[in-house]
Design a protein around this ligand. Sequence first.
Ligand code: GTP
Length: 670
Amino acid sequence: MGQPAPVRPLAIRNPLLHARTGPGAALWRIVERRRAARAGQGRCDMDPANDSKRALQPSAGRPRSRVDAAGRGSPAGHPRLPRPMWVLAAALACATPTHAQTTVPATELIARAEQQRTADNAGFRASLAQLDASRQALTEPQKWHLRYLHAWQQDFGGDIEGAQRNLREIIAQAPDPLIRFRARTTLLNTMALTRHYEDAYRELDLLMQEMPQVQDLAARFQALAEAAQLMTAAGQYDLSLRFVDQMLANRPPGAGLCRARFNAEHARYRRGGLKSNDAGFAEAIGLCEAEGETGFANQLRCDIAEMLISQHEAAAAIVLLRRHLPEVERFGYKRQMAHFKALLAQALLAEGQWGAARSSALAAIDDGRGDGISEPLAIAYQVLYAVAHRAGNDTEALAWYQKYSEAERAYLDDASAQAQAYQRVHLRLAERRREAEALGSRNRILQLQQSLDRKAMQASGLLIALLLTLLASVAFWVFRLKRSQRRFMRLARHDGLTGIFNRQHFVECAEEVLAAASLRHEPACLILFDLDHFKQINDAHGHLVGDRVLRRTAEVCRQQLRRNDIFGRLGGEEFGILLPGCAVDTVMARAEAIRAAIASTSDERDLRDVTVSASLGIAGTRDAGYDLRQLMADADDALYRAKHAGRNQVVIASPFCDEPESAGAVSPAR
Ligand SMILES: Nc1nc2c(ncn2[C@@H]2O[C@H](COP(=O)(O)OP(=O)(O)OP(=O)(O)O)[C@@H](O)[C@H]2O)c(=O)[nH]1
């Protein structure tokens, strides 16, 4: 035998993250089963001395070997049951001979079922049957919890389609966010198992969105572990490490550091640049060993062996792998066994140990037979091809090469499918998030705009109200001012006792009217009258009666006037009336009517004892012109003559005769 045939070094990857059965979670399940076994769950044997031995045996009742990153079988999987409680629950379960008991409260039964899932799947199914039988007595949240456990069992039993259907319904309908979250974690895992990577990444995104609402640390821990593994599988190592940080920050009480450190070191290794003597790896392995998590410790050793082989230190890799292979065999996780043996075969080949390499490769194929596509399988085929080629057995070499080629292509296709799926989903989600953020920004701007508009409207409303109030105040003030003005004007223009024009205003109005009449050449007459012997009335009846006579005189005169006639009290008991449009030939009749009306007041009840009469003098524009002073002088002259003629009569001024022209009957004084 000469030098070994050149073997193209494979970029060996950790089957925990690339196994057909999903990233690392099958190991997790086995680890949890061991932990459950240590706690005596599902078995009536609390002797720790027996636990490790039994736990290291592959479970005979396990329906399939595959990943369970959804926390199935984890004692920490039940959120409300801290470690001492599930030990107690296990002890309680041991105190009862059968799972078919009917007296166990539903809460306890559900807690027990949570613990039994992988550690005692038969017991778990019995607990589910018991819960089904007492379904009517369950609360609504308990019914949803039971449904979730059934879905989990469907998945565990291989009915992935049925499990996914139920998990989706739970996610859509369950009122409890924690159950929805756990269902999504399990769904995500089933998607990775069935290689629906895009769906898995999409679910992961939703899981991360729901994460802040989930208070349960165990559920968060499981989801974060799932996220870290998927991100490493997708080649997103930095993201994976960020999830690891979150795992460490969200560690449930009693949970160790091993799983987080395993994910961290594996992501660092996959990112590249590490050496086999990396201190972080040694520390993580020591930590996992201390926590009894030898499965994770050995998985990290696979990474170290790969590093050693690629550093051309195959002999060291052989030592490492051989030292821990018995432990791996005892642990019983076939995929890990296949991985160990494939790496050992590769290292032996590199060291020229053809026979040992061939045996180890065949053993790896045997262990990995049930897994379909896997990287250990490809490594093993490659080693067998190299050994056959080295031995000159071309037919066998070709056969192994074909198998190697198919396995490697299938594996690489699968790995690439994962990475591509991540990129596609990542891009779509990033796009959607950008759109959502843009929409959110737009909404915020709109809200701000609306709020500003509202405030502006409120401000303008207030301003309008203020202006209206101001306007109303001004209007009211103006109104009061006008009213006061009107009152003062009236007081200034009218006689306080009779209400008719006072002398001044009478003169002003009369002059205006005369001016207008002059322009139109219309006639006008002025009547001046004076109550007769008024002093006697005052003296005889008092000033109040005198005032009443004055008021009644004004009233009865007003009744005789037209709208445009101007009537005023010129002083004391003297009055003036300007009659625009009234010619001298008609004025006598009107003056006489006025005189008669004044005289008639004597007949009124309250003035029965008072003799009231007036003497009237008339002047017209025909003779006096339109000058008021002249008209007044003429009318006053006529009035004087009426007095002189015996009072209670009308005299019209006539420049053509010296004698007064009397009109109407001269009423004798009574
Ligand atoms: N009650 C009352 N008397 C007034 C008022 N104004 C003037 N008098 C009185 O009117 C009287 C006018 O008297 P005279 O001027 O002597 O005139 P007479 O008594 O009417 O006599 P003849 O005009 O000649 O008929 C005076 O006694 C005034 O005091 C007034 O507002 N009220």
